[in-house]
Write a protein that binds this ligand. Sequence first.
Ligand code: NAD
Length: 262
Amino acid sequence: MTNLKGKAALVTGSTSGIGLGIARQLAGQGADLMLNGFGDAGYIAELCQSLSNEFGVRVAHNGADMSKPEEIEAMVAATEAAYGRLDVLVNNAGIQHVSPVDAFPVERWDAVIAINLSAVFHGTRAALPGMKARGWGRVINIASVHGLVASVNKSAYVAAKHGVIGLTKVTALELAETNITCNAICPGWVLTPLVQKQIDALAATRDLSVEEAGRELLSEKQPSKSFVTPEQLGELAVFLCSEAAGNMRGAALTMDGGWTAQ
Ligand code: NAD
């Protein structure tokens, strides 16, 4: 059990998928939450209220666009203003675009690098001064198995995620003598809207049902043939916040159903 009561966490891209799963687990340990991500205003207001009711913590939302450095800085400042602190930063927001390198739209390349890689830098640089002043912090970067190995047609995503793992190591080394750690989590396939789009595309191109396409996607890469869940990833993030993980520095932790063990 990791007690995060009295601590505040900012999880980027937490209106959906993995980020929401991680936010729920952190709230379950008592952390006040700043959510971030896109979505219908009514849905987001309801989400904040329901998490607050369920876990008895304060929950707010900041709609910063993670492709815009000044909005990321303002979101970190808004979190510190709301809770008086920011102890746990989970850099999670991410997008995907699938295309061969020579047909990859330049605008999509720039967007993937901005949201999946540069935003991790901007969030971290904005959050560290406060963590250093308070003498404790956790930076958790949601990379991917694609930070360790490649797949075709994912040049921007694979480049960004390899970059996130490099940035994680540098950040961890710079903080090695402090109580602030920085580590990366590398999930395999997780059934979220980001992956559902890829399953739907596979179903359409191969004339498969959505269920068949899901099974096909898993069997190509993930030996467990089952999806990793946001809850499992949330539990790993909670562990990284514990004192037991206090000397894990610059790790790239896979949770990938065996993908990278092959
Ligand atoms: P998702 O599409 O379910 O959620 C993405 C979240 O990011 C949403 O809340 C969305 O609103 C937000 N977002 C997207 N663009 C944004 C922007 N410009 N500004 C602010 N918020 C933005 O995706 P997911 O599958 O939960 O992915 C979360 C992270 O996990 C990503 O970094 C992704 O690369 C990584 N990941 C996912 C998988 C997987 O199989 N789903 C595997 C490995 C790594």
